[in-house]
Design a protein around this ligand. Structure first.
Ligand code: T46
Length: 141
């Protein structure tokens, strides 16, 4: 499983650092929503779902956290700790976020508005969706 991590350009000078993100340039989709989480308890695990069509980029703009990505066949854990790094998360990808540092601020750029109908919150349903999707891909070859 390929993990796509972006290293955004840092505009640094003697005053410090600045990162600018533009849709379709630095971010491969139209940014329709931005949200962020903070004050996350040390033992808290969040996520536990996939999205049917939403694409996202996670940026831990302060502190650190881990993200488990699961495509139904393989799992990978990604450590996010740099404010200039973005983790791309495609649709049909199960995700769990955990090991948040006390000062962690995890910002997410999303390709669409909030829609509960886009969530797959049941892991067995997720596996079935992934299987159907790969059968469709095979048939199209
Ligand atoms: C995801 C991971 C990385 C809204 O009202 N609007 C929003 O845009 C979002 C994201 C959430 N909410 C409400 C819904 C819940 O009542 O905020 C509450 C917490 O959301 P949730 O339990 O879905 O949070 P996480 O951390 O489990 O998941 C979130 C995103 O929902 C999800 O799309 O990929 O972060």
């Amino acid at each position: 499983m390929q993990v796509i991590k972006y290293a955004f350009q840092q505009h640094g000078d003697e005053r410090g650092q600045l990162v600018a993100l533009e849709e379709h340039k630095d971010i491969p989709f139209e940014i329709k929503r931005v949200y962020y989480m903070y004050d996350t308890g040390i033992d808290v695990h969040r996520g536990f779902h996939a999205h049917k069509s939403l694409e996202q980029i996670m940026i831990c703009i302060h502190g650190s956290c881990k993200v488990l990505l699961d495509n139904g066949k393989e799992k990978k854990v990604v450590f996010l700790e740099k404010p200039y790094e973005g983790l791309y998360i495609a649709n049909n990808m199960w995700r769990e976020m955990y090991d948040f540092s006390k000062d962690a601020v995890l910002m997410v750029l999303a390709s669409d508005y909030y829609d509960e109908k886009d969530y797959i919150r049941n892991y067995d349903e997720f596996l079935k969706t992934v299987e159907q999707y790969s059968k469709g891909e095979e048939a199209n070859k």
